[in-house]
Design a protein. Structure first.
Length: 385
């Protein structure tokens, strides 16, 4: 980064929108034509930045955006996003008029909710709703066909709602064993068939489903993790129809370099002691940035080579053991590429015994996001100042 960029700590996330667009173009080509893509940008676009990712996804051909909560949807509207926005999670019936005011589609699954919401919508308002079916995820949704039919009839007889979509969500689409997936799919098709009239959107696919299973019976998908260039699971890597390109990378610059004699402690608790004379570098990133203490021992890239984090990770800083002296300001890459070396999101997820989804969500907004398009910086989002 040069001195013109509006952040003053040399630690940043790079969001490569060219990779995002590549990932989206590939899924568009892979899906049947006319398929509508809802780009899933919940949780600040999995930590990538919701409005920047949303804008780029819409430019790349996405039909609309999907988020988890009404607050996230309103935030996008306030930042100027005009496209369709679908809230995937539950909202309060007492907030129905707010969703209608912002032209945001809500997910519904209880008749009582609709009855209550109806009284909170005024005469000029029409709330767009997608009815969620719980076919085996066990989270939210209508489970019985009889309940679905009651909801359909209620929507049909009310002027306050527009029945825009019907959907479900799979619990195991990223696992190679397809039995439970098939069971859920069968149940969903039964529920679709039970409707008197089909709404404009029938959708069931997350990334794993979009990448693996034929969607020609449906007309929309909800595409999240694949857009960010990450595989929905480890086991799915062997069946991906095309390569995915990681969008998110994490970098810092070494702020201090020192020669430490043998037997000296490094960081809290002195749990790491130098064995010989060692070159120790200090990085301005710590657990308050989401670079959590469990990442002690994880490698980072310096001059294209792997070097380990030594000693405990502090709130704002951590130390690495260098191979030799390097100049202050040398770039260290914690997630991403340097030369031929690569630290993937999956490597960090493995170290933390979790899934790749969790990692970019974990990297806090204390770290500015730098947006790259056509190989150039187009925007810096620093939430601090
Ligand atoms: C988060 C979410 C998605 C996106 O899932 P990915 O695996 O990231 O593609 C789709 N549908 C629902 C209901 C979700 O909550």
């Amino acid at each position: 980064m040069n001195e013109k960029t509006p952040f003053f700590r040399d630690t940043w996330v790079e969001i490569d929108l060219d990779q995002l667009i590549k990932n989206l173009k590939q899924i568009e080509k892979h899906l049947p034509s006319e398929m509508k893509i809802f780009a899933v940008v919940k949780a600040n676009a999995y930590g990538h930045g919701d409005v920047q990712i949303g804008r780029a996804a819409l430019q790349a051909g996405a039909y609309g955006l999907a988020v988890a909560f009404l607050d996230e949807a309103i935030s996008l509207r306030k930042k100027g996003i005009m496209s369709p926005i679908l809230v995937l999670g539950a909202s309060r019936p007492t907030d129905a008029h707010i969703a209608a005011q912002y032209n945001i589609s809500l997910t519904v699954f209880q008749k009582e909710w609709l009855e209550q919401a109806e009284s909170h919508l005024n005469k000029e308002q029409k709330l767009l709703v997608h009815v969620k079916c719980d076919t085996g995820m066990g989270r939210i949704g209508v489970r019985e066909i009889s309940d679905l039919k009651e909801i359909e009839s209620f929507l049909h007889h009310s002027d306050r709602f527009q029945f825009e979509g019907l959907f479900t969500h799979f619990a195991t689409a990223d696992e190679l064993d397809q039995q439970y997936y098939n069971q859920q799919l069968f149940k969903f098709k039964e529920m679709v068939a039970a409707l008197n009239e089909k709404p404009p959107f029938i959708h069931c696919a997350n990334s794993a489903t979009s990448l693996r299973f034929d969607q020609s019976e449906f007309n929309a998908v909800r595409y999240g993790i694949g857009m960010y260039g990450l595989s929905p699971s480890e086991e799915m890597k062997s069946v991906l129809p095309f390569p995915l390109h990681e969008v998110f990378s994490l970098h810092t610059r070494i702020s201090n370099v020192k020669k430490v004699p043998p037997g000296e402690g490094v960081s809290y608790g002195s749990v790491y002691k130098t064995e010989q004379e060692e070159w120790i570098g200090t990085l301005q990133i710590g657990y308050a940035d989401g670079w959590i203490r469990k990442l002690q021992g994880q490698e980072v890239l310096v001059e294209g080579e792997r070097v380990p984090i030594v000693g405990r990770i502090c709130m704002d800083q951590c130390m690495i053991k260098l191979k030799h002296e390097v100049p202050i300001g040398t770039k260290a890459t914690l997630i991403g590429k340097q030369g031929t070396e690569y630290i993937s999101m999956d490597e960090i997820a493995k170290k933390l015994e979790t899934i790749n989804y969790e990692i970019p969500c974990l990297i806090s907004t204390r770290i500015p996001r730098v947006y790259i398009q056509h190989g150039e910086i187009i925007e810096v989002d620093n939430r601090l100042i």
